[in-house]
Each structure stands twice: as C-alpha cells, then as structure tokens.
Design a protein around this ligand. Sequence first.
Ligand SMILES: [Fe+2]
Ligand SMILES: [Fe+2]
Length: 159
Amino acid sequence: MNKSQIPAAQKEVLSLLLDDHKKAKKLFKEFEAEKDDAAKEKIAQEVCTELTVHAAIEEEIFYPFLRDQKPELFGDLLNEALVEHASAKDLIAQIQAASMEDELYEAKVTVLGEYIAHHVTEEEDELFPKVISQKIDLREIAAAMAERKEEMLQSALPA
Ligand SMILES: [Fe+2]
Ligand SMILES: [Fe+2]
C-alpha cells in the first residue's frame, strides 16, 4: 500500500501502522541474515516488543473504533484479525521465554514472521482499503494511537 495515495482522513493512522509493518518485516529479514547467536536473540526480542506494541494499539484503539463505526462491515474481518493476533502472541510469549539454546528458537521466529506476513497482507489488502473506501475518518484516534505506542515502547525499554 502506497502511503502517498492515502487520503488525509486516514493518512496519519494508516501511515503509522504501515511503518510498523515495514519495520517488523525488516527485523525478520535481519534475523534471518544474522549469524551471531546473541545478535539474533536481540533482534528477535526487538521484533517481539515492536509487535506487542503494534498489536496493542490496534486492539485497544484502532479495531474497536472501526467496529464502532460500522459493525456489520468490519466485524468479521476484525474477528479474524484478533484470532491471528492471538496466535502471534502465543509464539511471541514462547520466543520471549527462550533463547538460541532452544533448538526450535529459529523455527519459532521464522514461523512468527510467516504469520505476520500473512496478517499484514490481509490488513493492507483488505482492511485498510475498506477503511479508505468507507471514508472512515481516523483523525480523532491518531494522537491517542501515537501516544499509546510511545508510552508502551518506553515502558518496554530495559531500565
Ligand atoms: Fe493486526
Ligand atoms: Fe497491523
């Protein structure tokens, strides 16, 4: 999805989400290319944090807002998204509790990357275009989403 073609009413929120998707994909690629175990773990932990925060702002603010606006149009899509988030969170929790010592560690990160690629494609090819075609004005939730993201990232940083 091309950010420059997003109308003003959806631009800020969808750009934030698209940037998050891009960052996650980049981290999964870096994980795959990295040879050093400690560096791999660091990348995996970062992607887990980023995805946890991203899923939270969608679940707490973005999805409920869409459901509120047009329950009959967004309900099914959002329910599927929540189920996909739940599977991803499950794997994230396993990865966060493990290390490269775990012989399935790399496989877990790879499968998480595949789940996320699938989920992101559904959001970008189905959900976001629907939000735009239905002219859902996202401007009123833009600040709340950016703030919540910042707040969660701050508290996720090691003290
Ligand atoms: Fe999502
Ligand atoms: Fe997303």
